[in-house]
Design a protein around this ligand. Structure first.
Ligand code: NAD
Length: 478
Protein backbone atom coordinates (compact mmCIF):
# COMPACT_ATOMS: atom_id res chain seq x y z
CA UNK A 1 0.00 0.00 0.00
CA UNK A 2 1.23 3.49 -0.84
CA UNK A 3 0.99 5.75 2.18
CA UNK A 4 0.19 9.45 1.71
CA UNK A 5 0.43 12.54 3.87
CA UNK A 6 -2.87 13.83 5.25
CA UNK A 7 -2.92 17.61 5.00
CA UNK A 8 -5.97 19.88 5.14
CA UNK A 9 -8.25 16.84 5.00
CA UNK A 10 -6.69 15.49 1.79
CA UNK A 11 -4.27 12.70 0.99
CA UNK A 12 -1.24 14.21 -0.75
CA UNK A 13 2.09 12.93 -2.06
CA UNK A 14 5.23 14.34 -0.42
CA UNK A 15 6.55 17.59 -1.90
CA UNK A 16 9.67 16.00 -3.33
CA UNK A 17 7.81 12.86 -4.43
CA UNK A 18 10.39 10.63 -2.73
CA UNK A 19 9.42 7.42 -0.96
CA UNK A 20 11.09 4.63 0.96
CA UNK A 21 10.04 1.04 1.54
CA UNK A 22 7.76 -0.24 4.27
CA UNK A 23 8.32 -3.84 5.46
CA UNK A 24 6.17 -6.67 6.68
CA UNK A 25 8.01 -8.02 9.76
CA UNK A 26 6.48 -11.51 9.58
CA UNK A 27 7.86 -12.13 6.07
CA UNK A 28 10.65 -9.58 5.72
CA UNK A 29 9.05 -8.54 2.41
CA UNK A 30 8.39 -4.99 1.20
CA UNK A 31 4.73 -4.18 1.84
CA UNK A 32 4.41 -0.64 0.48
CA UNK A 33 5.96 2.80 0.19
CA UNK A 34 6.22 5.60 2.73
CA UNK A 35 6.51 9.32 1.85
CA UNK A 36 9.91 10.79 2.66
CA UNK A 37 8.45 14.14 3.69
CA UNK A 38 10.53 17.29 4.14
CA UNK A 39 10.43 20.84 5.49
CA UNK A 40 8.11 21.86 2.61
CA UNK A 41 5.50 19.33 3.69
CA UNK A 42 5.72 20.65 7.25
CA UNK A 43 5.23 24.20 5.94
CA UNK A 44 2.12 23.12 4.02
CA UNK A 45 0.69 21.32 7.05
CA UNK A 46 1.39 24.34 9.29
CA UNK A 47 -0.40 26.60 6.79
CA UNK A 48 -3.44 24.31 6.85
CA UNK A 49 -3.37 24.19 10.66
CA UNK A 50 -3.08 27.99 10.90
CA UNK A 51 -6.18 28.43 8.76
CA UNK A 52 -8.13 25.84 10.73
CA UNK A 53 -7.10 26.97 14.22
CA UNK A 54 -9.37 30.00 14.90
CA UNK A 55 -12.59 28.13 14.11
CA UNK A 56 -11.49 24.93 15.91
CA UNK A 57 -10.45 26.83 19.04
CA UNK A 58 -13.74 28.74 19.01
CA UNK A 59 -15.97 25.69 18.51
CA UNK A 60 -18.34 24.98 21.38
CA UNK A 61 -17.19 22.27 23.76
CA UNK A 62 -20.19 20.14 22.88
CA UNK A 63 -19.37 20.23 19.16
CA UNK A 64 -15.69 19.46 19.80
CA UNK A 65 -16.75 16.59 22.02
CA UNK A 66 -19.16 15.23 19.39
CA UNK A 67 -16.49 15.21 16.68
CA UNK A 68 -13.85 13.51 18.82
CA UNK A 69 -16.43 11.00 20.02
CA UNK A 70 -17.30 10.28 16.38
CA UNK A 71 -13.59 9.64 15.66
CA UNK A 72 -13.61 7.13 18.53
CA UNK A 73 -16.67 5.40 17.09
CA UNK A 74 -15.13 5.45 13.60
CA UNK A 75 -12.06 3.64 14.94
CA UNK A 76 -14.28 0.93 16.44
CA UNK A 77 -16.32 0.62 13.24
CA UNK A 78 -13.05 -0.04 11.41
CA UNK A 79 -11.62 -2.33 14.10
CA UNK A 80 -11.00 -5.29 11.79
CA UNK A 81 -9.25 -3.32 9.08
CA UNK A 82 -7.16 -1.34 11.58
CA UNK A 83 -6.18 -4.44 13.56
CA UNK A 84 -5.10 -6.29 10.43
CA UNK A 85 -3.10 -3.27 9.28
CA UNK A 86 -1.46 -2.87 12.71
CA UNK A 87 -0.52 -6.53 12.93
CA UNK A 88 0.82 -6.66 9.37
CA UNK A 89 2.83 -3.46 9.82
CA UNK A 90 4.35 -4.17 13.24
CA UNK A 91 4.57 -7.99 13.49
CA UNK A 92 2.43 -8.01 16.66
CA UNK A 93 -0.25 -10.68 16.85
CA UNK A 94 -3.62 -9.90 15.37
CA UNK A 95 -5.12 -10.79 18.76
CA UNK A 96 -3.01 -8.11 20.46
CA UNK A 97 -3.96 -5.52 17.84
CA UNK A 98 -7.67 -6.46 18.03
CA UNK A 99 -7.95 -6.61 21.80
CA UNK A 100 -5.43 -4.02 22.98
CA UNK A 101 -4.06 -1.57 20.42
CA UNK A 102 -7.12 -0.57 18.42
CA UNK A 103 -9.69 -0.57 21.26
CA UNK A 104 -7.32 1.61 23.26
CA UNK A 105 -6.93 4.02 20.32
CA UNK A 106 -10.73 4.38 20.29
CA UNK A 107 -10.76 4.80 24.06
CA UNK A 108 -8.14 7.56 23.90
CA UNK A 109 -10.50 9.63 21.74
CA UNK A 110 -13.53 8.76 23.87
CA UNK A 111 -11.70 9.57 27.10
CA UNK A 112 -10.43 13.00 25.98
CA UNK A 113 -13.71 13.84 24.20
CA UNK A 114 -15.31 13.51 27.62
CA UNK A 115 -12.42 15.14 29.47
CA UNK A 116 -12.81 18.38 27.52
CA UNK A 117 -16.36 18.75 28.83
CA UNK A 118 -15.09 18.61 32.41
CA UNK A 119 -11.79 20.46 32.12
CA UNK A 120 -11.91 23.53 34.34
CA UNK A 121 -9.50 25.98 35.86
CA UNK A 122 -8.91 27.46 39.28
CA UNK A 123 -9.75 30.74 40.94
CA UNK A 124 -8.03 32.21 44.01
CA UNK A 125 -9.73 34.61 46.37
CA UNK A 126 -8.55 36.89 49.13
CA UNK A 127 -10.29 39.93 50.65
CA UNK A 128 -10.70 42.48 47.87
CA UNK A 129 -8.79 40.46 45.31
CA UNK A 130 -9.92 37.86 42.81
CA UNK A 131 -7.51 35.88 40.63
CA UNK A 132 -8.60 33.39 38.06
CA UNK A 133 -6.77 31.16 35.63
CA UNK A 134 -7.55 30.82 31.95
CA UNK A 135 -6.29 27.83 29.99
CA UNK A 136 -6.23 28.44 26.27
CA UNK A 137 -5.10 26.26 23.40
CA UNK A 138 -1.46 26.71 22.42
CA UNK A 139 -2.14 26.88 18.68
CA UNK A 140 -0.32 24.31 16.57
CA UNK A 141 1.39 21.41 18.33
CA UNK A 142 3.56 18.51 17.14
CA UNK A 143 2.92 14.90 18.19
CA UNK A 144 5.63 12.36 17.36
CA UNK A 145 5.16 8.68 18.21
CA UNK A 146 7.07 5.35 18.10
CA UNK A 147 6.44 1.95 16.49
CA UNK A 148 5.71 -0.34 19.44
CA UNK A 149 2.07 0.66 20.01
CA UNK A 150 1.48 2.59 16.80
CA UNK A 151 -2.12 3.85 16.75
CA UNK A 152 -2.44 3.47 20.54
CA UNK A 153 0.35 5.97 21.28
CA UNK A 154 -0.32 8.24 18.30
CA UNK A 155 -3.91 8.79 19.49
CA UNK A 156 -2.77 9.06 23.13
CA UNK A 157 -1.11 12.33 22.06
CA UNK A 158 -3.34 13.76 19.36
CA UNK A 159 -6.63 13.17 21.23
CA UNK A 160 -5.77 15.45 24.21
CA UNK A 161 -4.08 17.96 21.89
CA UNK A 162 -7.28 18.27 19.83
CA UNK A 163 -9.50 18.15 22.92
CA UNK A 164 -7.66 21.16 24.35
CA UNK A 165 -8.47 23.08 21.14
CA UNK A 166 -5.17 22.84 19.29
CA UNK A 167 -4.45 21.95 15.69
CA UNK A 168 -1.99 19.10 15.30
CA UNK A 169 0.89 18.10 13.07
CA UNK A 170 1.29 14.39 13.83
CA UNK A 171 4.08 12.09 12.80
CA UNK A 172 3.82 8.33 13.37
CA UNK A 173 6.90 6.13 13.29
CA UNK A 174 8.22 5.47 9.81
CA UNK A 175 8.46 1.82 10.83
CA UNK A 176 4.66 1.49 11.35
CA UNK A 177 2.82 4.22 9.39
CA UNK A 178 -0.22 2.26 8.21
CA UNK A 179 -2.89 2.83 10.86
CA UNK A 180 -2.06 6.55 11.17
CA UNK A 181 -2.55 6.72 7.40
CA UNK A 182 -5.99 5.12 7.77
CA UNK A 183 -6.93 7.48 10.60
CA UNK A 184 -7.20 10.43 8.18
CA UNK A 185 -10.27 8.99 6.45
CA UNK A 186 -11.88 8.21 9.80
CA UNK A 187 -11.37 11.82 10.92
CA UNK A 188 -12.92 13.13 7.71
CA UNK A 189 -15.92 10.84 8.14
CA UNK A 190 -16.29 12.03 11.76
CA UNK A 191 -16.51 15.64 10.59
CA UNK A 192 -13.13 16.84 11.87
CA UNK A 193 -12.63 20.09 9.93
CA UNK A 194 -9.79 20.06 7.35
CA UNK A 195 -6.44 21.23 8.71
CA UNK A 196 -7.23 20.48 12.37
CA UNK A 197 -5.24 17.24 12.23
CA UNK A 198 -2.44 16.84 9.70
CA UNK A 199 -0.40 13.64 9.49
CA UNK A 200 3.05 13.62 7.93
CA UNK A 201 5.13 10.53 7.18
CA UNK A 202 8.87 10.17 6.95
CA UNK A 203 12.03 9.71 8.95
CA UNK A 204 12.90 11.15 12.35
CA UNK A 205 15.95 13.13 11.23
CA UNK A 206 13.96 14.28 8.14
CA UNK A 207 10.39 15.34 8.71
CA UNK A 208 10.48 14.68 12.48
CA UNK A 209 13.30 17.15 12.99
CA UNK A 210 11.56 19.64 10.65
CA UNK A 211 8.43 19.52 12.83
CA UNK A 212 10.50 20.14 15.97
CA UNK A 213 12.35 23.07 14.35
CA UNK A 214 9.28 24.84 12.92
CA UNK A 215 8.83 28.11 14.83
CA UNK A 216 5.02 28.07 14.60
CA UNK A 217 4.75 24.70 16.32
CA UNK A 218 4.44 25.65 19.97
CA UNK A 219 4.81 22.32 21.75
CA UNK A 220 6.22 18.88 21.05
CA UNK A 221 4.82 15.76 22.62
CA UNK A 222 7.28 12.98 21.87
CA UNK A 223 7.40 9.28 22.73
CA UNK A 224 10.43 7.32 21.61
CA UNK A 225 14.06 6.64 22.39
CA UNK A 226 16.12 8.57 24.91
CA UNK A 227 18.62 9.38 22.14
CA UNK A 228 15.98 11.03 19.91
CA UNK A 229 14.45 12.75 22.96
CA UNK A 230 17.80 14.38 23.69
CA UNK A 231 18.12 15.52 20.05
CA UNK A 232 14.63 17.02 20.19
CA UNK A 233 15.33 18.80 23.48
CA UNK A 234 18.52 20.33 21.99
CA UNK A 235 16.51 21.91 19.16
CA UNK A 236 13.31 22.78 21.01
CA UNK A 237 14.69 24.12 24.31
CA UNK A 238 16.33 27.28 22.90
CA UNK A 239 13.03 28.05 21.14
CA UNK A 240 11.27 27.70 24.54
CA UNK A 241 8.77 25.19 23.22
CA UNK A 242 6.77 23.17 25.68
CA UNK A 243 8.15 19.64 25.71
CA UNK A 244 6.76 16.34 26.91
CA UNK A 245 9.30 13.55 26.48
CA UNK A 246 8.31 9.94 27.14
CA UNK A 247 11.51 7.97 26.62
CA UNK A 248 13.18 4.60 27.10
CA UNK A 249 13.06 2.27 30.08
CA UNK A 250 14.73 -0.69 31.73
CA UNK A 251 12.12 -1.54 34.27
CA UNK A 252 12.80 -3.61 37.41
CA UNK A 253 10.38 -6.28 38.60
CA UNK A 254 10.87 -6.99 42.33
CA UNK A 255 9.46 -10.34 43.48
CA UNK A 256 9.31 -11.04 47.21
CA UNK A 257 8.76 -14.48 48.72
CA UNK A 258 5.45 -13.46 50.36
CA UNK A 259 3.73 -12.62 47.07
CA UNK A 260 0.67 -14.37 45.59
CA UNK A 261 2.78 -16.78 43.60
CA UNK A 262 0.46 -17.92 40.83
CA UNK A 263 -0.75 -14.42 39.92
CA UNK A 264 2.82 -13.13 40.05
CA UNK A 265 4.09 -15.90 37.77
CA UNK A 266 1.36 -15.53 35.16
CA UNK A 267 1.71 -11.74 35.16
CA UNK A 268 5.49 -11.83 35.05
CA UNK A 269 5.40 -13.95 31.89
CA UNK A 270 3.13 -11.29 30.34
CA UNK A 271 5.08 -8.32 31.66
CA UNK A 272 8.27 -9.81 30.26
CA UNK A 273 7.14 -10.85 26.78
CA UNK A 274 3.84 -9.24 25.73
CA UNK A 275 4.17 -7.60 22.32
CA UNK A 276 7.55 -9.39 21.95
CA UNK A 277 8.83 -7.44 24.98
CA UNK A 278 8.38 -4.23 23.00
CA UNK A 279 6.33 -2.28 25.54
CA UNK A 280 8.03 0.56 27.36
CA UNK A 281 6.50 -0.80 30.59
CA UNK A 282 7.78 -4.38 30.22
CA UNK A 283 9.83 -5.51 33.21
CA UNK A 284 13.16 -6.60 31.78
CA UNK A 285 15.20 -6.89 35.00
CA UNK A 286 13.63 -9.45 37.31
CA UNK A 287 14.93 -9.53 40.90
CA UNK A 288 13.68 -12.43 43.05
CA UNK A 289 14.07 -12.93 46.81
CA UNK A 290 16.60 -15.74 47.23
CA UNK A 291 14.30 -18.11 49.14
CA UNK A 292 11.94 -18.12 46.13
CA UNK A 293 14.58 -17.96 43.41
CA UNK A 294 14.94 -21.63 42.43
CA UNK A 295 11.22 -22.27 42.39
CA UNK A 296 10.59 -19.13 40.36
CA UNK A 297 13.42 -19.87 37.93
CA UNK A 298 12.12 -23.37 37.26
CA UNK A 299 8.45 -22.40 36.81
CA UNK A 300 9.16 -19.22 34.86
CA UNK A 301 11.47 -20.92 32.38
CA UNK A 302 8.98 -23.79 31.93
CA UNK A 303 6.19 -21.33 31.15
CA UNK A 304 8.33 -19.25 28.81
CA UNK A 305 9.29 -22.38 26.87
CA UNK A 306 5.57 -23.00 26.24
CA UNK A 307 5.02 -19.61 24.57
CA UNK A 308 4.15 -20.15 20.93
CA UNK A 309 5.85 -17.76 18.53
CA UNK A 310 4.82 -17.60 14.89
CA UNK A 311 2.45 -16.22 12.30
CA UNK A 312 0.94 -13.10 13.93
CA UNK A 313 -2.38 -13.79 12.20
CA UNK A 314 -2.77 -17.22 13.86
CA UNK A 315 -4.63 -16.84 17.18
CA UNK A 316 -2.77 -19.88 18.54
CA UNK A 317 0.45 -17.84 18.63
CA UNK A 318 1.13 -15.68 21.62
CA UNK A 319 4.09 -13.80 20.10
CA UNK A 320 4.71 -12.57 16.57
CA UNK A 321 7.73 -10.98 14.91
CA UNK A 322 9.85 -8.12 16.19
CA UNK A 323 9.29 -4.92 14.31
CA UNK A 324 12.21 -4.56 11.88
CA UNK A 325 15.40 -6.14 10.64
CA UNK A 326 17.39 -3.45 12.43
CA UNK A 327 15.64 -4.19 15.71
CA UNK A 328 15.97 -7.96 15.18
CA UNK A 329 19.75 -7.55 14.74
CA UNK A 330 19.94 -5.28 17.78
CA UNK A 331 18.10 -7.73 20.06
CA UNK A 332 20.23 -10.68 18.89
CA UNK A 333 23.40 -8.64 19.42
CA UNK A 334 22.35 -8.04 23.03
CA UNK A 335 21.88 -11.79 23.56
CA UNK A 336 25.46 -12.29 22.32
CA UNK A 337 26.64 -9.50 24.61
CA UNK A 338 24.91 -11.15 27.57
CA UNK A 339 26.83 -14.37 26.88
CA UNK A 340 30.12 -12.47 26.61
CA UNK A 341 29.32 -10.78 29.92
CA UNK A 342 29.02 -14.20 31.57
CA UNK A 343 25.26 -14.73 31.41
CA UNK A 344 23.70 -18.19 31.09
CA UNK A 345 20.83 -18.49 28.64
CA UNK A 346 18.11 -20.56 30.35
CA UNK A 347 15.78 -20.62 27.36
CA UNK A 348 15.51 -19.00 23.93
CA UNK A 349 18.60 -17.04 22.99
CA UNK A 350 18.22 -17.37 19.23
CA UNK A 351 16.25 -16.37 16.15
CA UNK A 352 13.50 -18.72 14.96
CA UNK A 353 13.33 -20.01 11.41
CA UNK A 354 9.74 -20.51 10.38
CA UNK A 355 8.61 -22.29 7.23
CA UNK A 356 7.06 -20.98 3.99
CA UNK A 357 6.26 -17.27 3.64
CA UNK A 358 7.52 -16.61 7.17
CA UNK A 359 11.05 -17.83 6.41
CA UNK A 360 12.29 -14.24 5.99
CA UNK A 361 10.45 -12.96 9.09
CA UNK A 362 12.07 -11.49 12.19
CA UNK A 363 11.15 -13.94 14.94
CA UNK A 364 13.09 -14.36 18.19
CA UNK A 365 12.53 -17.03 20.84
CA UNK A 366 11.62 -15.53 24.24
CA UNK A 367 14.85 -15.47 26.18
CA UNK A 368 15.64 -15.72 29.89
CA UNK A 369 19.21 -15.09 31.10
CA UNK A 370 20.73 -15.48 34.57
CA UNK A 371 24.08 -14.92 36.19
CA UNK A 372 24.65 -11.30 35.22
CA UNK A 373 25.63 -8.52 37.62
CA UNK A 374 23.45 -5.42 37.99
CA UNK A 375 25.93 -3.05 36.39
CA UNK A 376 26.74 -4.98 33.21
CA UNK A 377 25.63 -3.49 29.90
CA UNK A 378 22.91 -6.12 29.40
CA UNK A 379 21.29 -4.95 32.63
CA UNK A 380 21.88 -1.26 32.01
CA UNK A 381 20.95 -0.69 28.36
CA UNK A 382 17.47 -0.86 26.88
CA UNK A 383 17.01 -3.97 24.70
CA UNK A 384 13.26 -3.54 24.11
CA UNK A 385 12.75 -7.11 22.91
CA UNK A 386 11.84 -10.59 24.21
CA UNK A 387 14.81 -10.78 26.57
CA UNK A 388 14.81 -10.66 30.38
CA UNK A 389 17.42 -11.28 33.04
CA UNK A 390 16.76 -12.86 36.44
CA UNK A 391 18.84 -12.34 39.57
CA UNK A 392 18.39 -13.24 43.27
CA UNK A 393 18.50 -10.73 46.13
CA UNK A 394 18.73 -11.20 49.91
CA UNK A 395 17.34 -8.04 51.53
CA UNK A 396 14.87 -5.25 50.82
CA UNK A 397 17.80 -2.82 50.69
CA UNK A 398 19.50 -4.89 48.01
CA UNK A 399 16.29 -5.12 45.98
CA UNK A 400 15.86 -1.36 46.18
CA UNK A 401 19.48 -0.67 45.26
CA UNK A 402 19.30 -3.02 42.26
CA UNK A 403 16.06 -1.48 41.04
CA UNK A 404 17.48 2.04 41.22
CA UNK A 405 20.84 1.12 39.67
CA UNK A 406 19.78 2.21 36.19
CA UNK A 407 19.97 5.38 34.14
CA UNK A 408 16.25 4.90 33.41
CA UNK A 409 13.21 5.38 35.63
CA UNK A 410 9.98 4.70 33.79
CA UNK A 411 8.17 2.01 35.76
CA UNK A 412 8.77 -0.62 38.45
CA UNK A 413 6.73 -3.59 39.64
CA UNK A 414 6.61 -4.91 43.21
CA UNK A 415 5.19 -8.30 44.20
CA UNK A 416 4.61 -8.54 47.94
CA UNK A 417 1.83 -8.69 50.52
CA UNK A 418 3.81 -6.69 53.08
CA UNK A 419 2.10 -3.31 53.42
CA UNK A 420 4.94 -1.56 55.24
CA UNK A 421 7.47 -2.69 52.64
CA UNK A 422 5.15 -1.62 49.82
CA UNK A 423 4.70 1.89 51.17
CA UNK A 424 8.38 2.27 51.88
CA UNK A 425 9.54 1.02 48.48
CA UNK A 426 7.05 3.10 46.52
CA UNK A 427 8.61 6.21 48.06
CA UNK A 428 12.16 5.02 47.38
CA UNK A 429 11.98 3.58 43.86
CA UNK A 430 13.15 5.97 41.15
CA UNK A 431 10.30 5.50 38.68
CA UNK A 432 7.33 7.53 37.49
CA UNK A 433 4.94 4.58 37.50
CA UNK A 434 4.84 1.80 40.11
CA UNK A 435 2.68 -1.30 39.84
CA UNK A 436 1.98 -3.28 43.03
CA UNK A 437 0.81 -6.88 42.59
CA UNK A 438 -0.28 -6.10 39.05
CA UNK A 439 1.10 -4.84 35.76
CA UNK A 440 -0.16 -2.57 32.98
CA UNK A 441 -3.42 -1.89 34.78
CA UNK A 442 -4.17 1.53 33.31
CA UNK A 443 -6.47 4.27 34.52
CA UNK A 444 -6.27 7.00 31.88
CA UNK A 445 -6.76 9.74 34.49
CA UNK A 446 -3.47 8.95 36.23
CA UNK A 447 -0.16 10.72 35.46
CA UNK A 448 1.98 8.72 33.06
CA UNK A 449 5.70 9.29 32.52
CA UNK A 450 9.20 8.63 33.78
CA UNK A 451 12.14 10.10 35.68
CA UNK A 452 15.90 10.15 34.93
CA UNK A 453 16.61 9.15 31.31
CA UNK A 454 13.01 8.01 30.86
CA UNK A 455 11.90 11.56 30.21
CA UNK A 456 10.28 14.70 31.50
CA UNK A 457 6.62 15.60 31.80
CA UNK A 458 3.53 13.52 32.37
CA UNK A 459 0.76 12.42 30.05
CA UNK A 460 -2.78 11.28 30.85
CA UNK A 461 -5.86 12.95 32.32
CA UNK A 462 -5.56 16.59 33.34
CA UNK A 463 -1.76 16.43 32.96
CA UNK A 464 -2.21 16.07 29.19
CA UNK A 465 -4.96 18.70 28.98
CA UNK A 466 -2.74 21.15 30.89
CA UNK A 467 0.32 20.34 28.78
CA UNK A 468 -1.61 21.21 25.63
CA UNK A 469 -2.90 24.50 27.10
CA UNK A 470 -1.34 27.88 27.87
CA UNK A 471 -2.01 29.00 31.42
CA UNK A 472 -2.81 32.64 32.00
CA UNK A 473 -3.56 34.29 35.33
CA UNK A 474 -5.89 37.29 35.69
CA UNK A 475 -5.92 39.26 38.96
CA UNK A 476 -8.35 42.06 39.71
CA UNK A 477 -8.87 44.30 42.69
CA UNK A 478 -12.48 44.59 43.73
P1 NAD B 1 12.74 6.55 18.00
O1 NAD B 1 13.23 7.55 18.97
O2 NAD B 1 13.67 5.98 17.04
O3 NAD B 1 11.54 7.16 17.15
C1 NAD B 1 10.34 7.64 17.74
C2 NAD B 1 9.72 8.67 16.81
O4 NAD B 1 10.55 9.82 16.78
C3 NAD B 1 9.59 8.20 15.36
O5 NAD B 1 8.41 8.74 14.82
C4 NAD B 1 10.82 8.81 14.71
O6 NAD B 1 10.68 9.01 13.34
C5 NAD B 1 10.92 10.14 15.45
N1 NAD B 1 12.25 10.73 15.55
C6 NAD B 1 13.45 10.10 15.64
N2 NAD B 1 14.45 11.01 15.72
C7 NAD B 1 13.87 12.24 15.68
C8 NAD B 1 14.36 13.58 15.72
N3 NAD B 1 15.67 13.84 15.82
N4 NAD B 1 13.48 14.59 15.66
C9 NAD B 1 12.14 14.34 15.58
N5 NAD B 1 11.62 13.11 15.51
C10 NAD B 1 12.47 12.07 15.58
O7 NAD B 1 12.04 5.42 18.88
P2 NAD B 1 11.42 4.05 18.36
O8 NAD B 1 12.54 3.13 18.04
O9 NAD B 1 10.36 4.34 17.35
O10 NAD B 1 10.64 3.54 19.65
C11 NAD B 1 11.20 2.76 20.66
C12 NAD B 1 11.56 3.62 21.85
O11 NAD B 1 10.40 4.26 22.35
C13 NAD B 1 12.10 2.80 23.01
O12 NAD B 1 13.19 3.49 23.56
C14 NAD B 1 10.94 2.80 24.01
O13 NAD B 1 11.29 2.65 25.35
C15 NAD B 1 10.35 4.14 23.76
N6 NAD B 1 8.98 4.21 24.23
C16 NAD B 1 8.71 4.93 25.37
C17 NAD B 1 7.42 5.01 25.86
C18 NAD B 1 7.10 5.83 27.09
O14 NAD B 1 5.93 6.04 27.36
N7 NAD B 1 8.08 6.29 27.84
C19 NAD B 1 6.39 4.35 25.19
C20 NAD B 1 6.71 3.60 24.05
C21 NAD B 1 8.00 3.55 23.57
Amino acid sequence: MQIANFINGQYLPPHENRYFDNYHPATGQVSGRIPDSTTEDVALAVQAAQSAFPAWAALSLEKRHDILRAVSEGILQNLDQLAEAESADSGKTLTTARTIDIPRAALNFKFFATALLHFASESHHQPGVLSYTIRQPLGIVGCISPWNLPLYLFTWKIAPALAAGNCVIGKPSEVTPLTAHLLGEICNAAGLPPGVLNILHGTGPGVGAAIVAHPEIKAISFTGSTRAGADIARVAAPMFKKLSLELGGKNPNLIFADCDYDTMLETTVRSSFNNQGQICLCGSRIYVERSLYDRFKHDFVEQVKQIKVGNPADPANRLGAVVSKMHFDKVLSYIELAKQEGGTVLCGGHALSLPGDLAGGWFIAPTVIEGLPTHCRTNQEEIFGPVVTIQPFDTDEEAQANANASPYGLSATIWTNNLRRTHYLTTQLQAGIIWVNTWMLRDLRTPFGGVKNSGVGREGGWEAMRFFSETKNVTMEM
